[in-house]
Design a protein around this ligand. Structure first.
Ligand SMILES: C[S@@+](CC[C@H](N)C(=O)[O-])C[C@H]1O[C@@H](n2cnc3c(N)ncnc32)[C@H](O)[C@@H]1O
Length: 207
């Protein structure tokens, strides 16, 4: 099994075996993401993509706030199925993409690229580079990038896999010069098991 297959298998197993509320990232209202998105003042028909969205509630919340052009990408088919089942008829409004982000070839451009806790799984420089090239190409001029990763004070693993931590300063360095830094914040995400995970959230705008 190559590296891509084993990554996919890992995530399919997670979404096959763990219930919605058993995963550390469970959060019915992802407040930090929603606040960062709101602060972009983008129109409700803007094209928004959630990278590694899994079965998170970001799409549900965006739809209830009136956003009409939401895409969710995830490596796991099971995750996408779970999100679709939960959303019922509303799932038809969302564009669902099953893909590894490192092989994703976007067919449209986006006003907003959101990623909470997917980018940090990329630890090999070549994978990080692929992500950044795809992201930079896919975001429209003046479009936004919102990234949430575990911080330098956060966990070193997520769902049993080693991740790469980023401080705000490290994210500023990692993101290509075609983007200007708008704001950054460290927040504690409370997991369903009661622990806190310190995140770095940053917003950038494509120049
Ligand atoms: C920690 S979960 C976070 C889920 C969601 N973003 C949230 O914050 O609630 C990480 C998600 O990223 C997805 N993922 C991990 N590696 C990926 C990759 N290389 N390409 C696309 N999705 C990936 C997983 O399937 C999982 O749904």
């Amino acid at each position: 099994m190559d590296q891509l297959e084993s990554k996919k298998k890992h995530w399919e197993t997670i979404y096959n075996t763990k219930k919605l509320q058993e995963v550390g990232w469970y959060q019915p209202v992802p407040e930090t993401s929603l606040n960062f998105i709101k602060a972009t003042h983008l129109a409700k028909d803007s094209k928004i993509i959630d990278i590694g969205g899994g079965d998170s509630f970001l799409a549900d919340n965006l739809l209830s706030q009136g956003y009409t052009n939401v895409s969710v990408l995830d490596i796991s088919e099971n995750a996408i199925k779970r999100a679709k089942d939960r959303l019922g008829e509303k799932a038809d409004i969302v564009t669902w993409i099953v893909s590894d982000i490192t092989t994703f070839k976007p067919s449209i451009s986006y006003d907003l690229w959101h990623d909470r806790a997917a980018f940090h799984f990329l630890t090999l420089p070549e994978d990080i580079q692929k992500y950044l090239v795809t992201m930079q190409t896919a975001i429209k001029p003046n479009g936004f990038l919102i990234l949430g990763t575990f911080s330098e004070n956060g966990p070193t693993k997520c769902s049993g896999i080693e991740i790469k931590q980023y401080s705000i300063e490290e994210l500023k360095i990692a993101i290509p010069d075609a983007f200007k830094f708008i704001e950054g914040e460290n927040i504690d995400h409370p997991t369903p098991s009661g622990s806190l995970q310190n995140f770095t959230f940053c917003k950038f705008q494509k120049i």
